[in-house]
Design a protein around this ligand. Structure first.
Ligand SMILES: NC(=O)c1ccc[n+]([C@@H]2O[C@H](COP(=O)([O-])OP(=O)(O)OC[C@H]3O[C@@H](n4cnc5c(N)ncnc54)[C@H](OP(=O)(O)O)[C@@H]3O)[C@@H](O)[C@H]2O)c1
Length: 193
């Protein structure tokens, strides 16, 4: 990706939510366990709820697959996690997030922002990210924005969202995720087999 650094801030917006506890944290843990994420990555959970990191950990616990020999590695995973309470629409909260990232992984670290939030806040979160939280390009670091489906509720709202994010980020910085895309087709393939 053209980056000079391996350090990365991985920020999960909506860290208090269902998707985060069922899918995102468990997947990040497995990737860390398998050394598929650079060791210098720090995970920042972000949401409006007044939580601690330990409370986030507790919520995720039923969905984490941890064998007895993985215990040390699991503790290490949570040591690399932080939680920050903040709104999705106040610039000052994103400035605080930026300061925390700078303090923790440095301004030259790569940054990945995962929006596990409701589509109603996509626009304010992406605008504030652009305004306050981008990686320092002069240091060769990259920024990536990951948006969960649904990308709007009809073609009009989808176009509006697309125009909004396109006005902020080049396409190569944007990733759209649909966990269920092709799910039925894959299930049918299993049946055919
Ligand atoms: N759950 C899944 O398996 C799944 C699968 C595919 C796609 N998705 C998509 O992923 C996104 C998140 O899903 P989710 O199931 O995690 O949703 P969720 O649990 O209902 O909400 C995620 C977080 O959003 C915040 N929130 C709740 N109501 C809000 C409001 N009115 N305004 C602003 N923030 C609000 C809450 O955090 P705070 O109040 O703490 O900020 C909540 O923890 C959604 O767009 C959903 O469609 C979910």
């Amino acid at each position: 990706m053209g980056s000079l650094t391996e350090s990365c801030a991985f920020v999960i917006f909506g860290a208090s939510g269902d998707l985060a506890k069922r899918k995102i944290y468990p997947t990040l843990w497995l990737l860390c366990r398998d050394n598929s994420i650079p060791k210098d990555t720090v995970f920042f959970g972000y949401a409006r709820s007044d939580l601690t990191k330990d409370q986030v950990r507790e919520r995720c616990s039923p969905f984490m697959k941890v064998s007895s020999e993985d215990q040390d590695s699991y503790e290490d995973f949570w040591r690399r996690n932080l939680y920050l309470r903040g709104s999705y629409d106040k610039r000052s909260d994103f400035e605080t997030l930026n300061e925390l990232i700078n303090k923790t992984v440095g301004p030259g670290a790569n940054r990945l922002f995962y929006l596990a939030v409701l589509p109603t806040v996509f626009e304010s979160v992406t605008s504030n990210l652009k305004g306050c939280c981008m990686a320092g390009e002069e240091e060769g670091a990259w920024t990536r924005i990951v948006i969960e489906k649904p990308f709007g509720k009809d073609s009009e709202s989808s176009d509006k969202l697309s125009r909004h994010v396109a006005s902020l980020f080049p396409e190569e910085e944007l990733f759209r995720i649909d966990h269920y895309l092709g799910k039925e087709m894959v299930q049918n393939l299993m049946l055919v087999r």
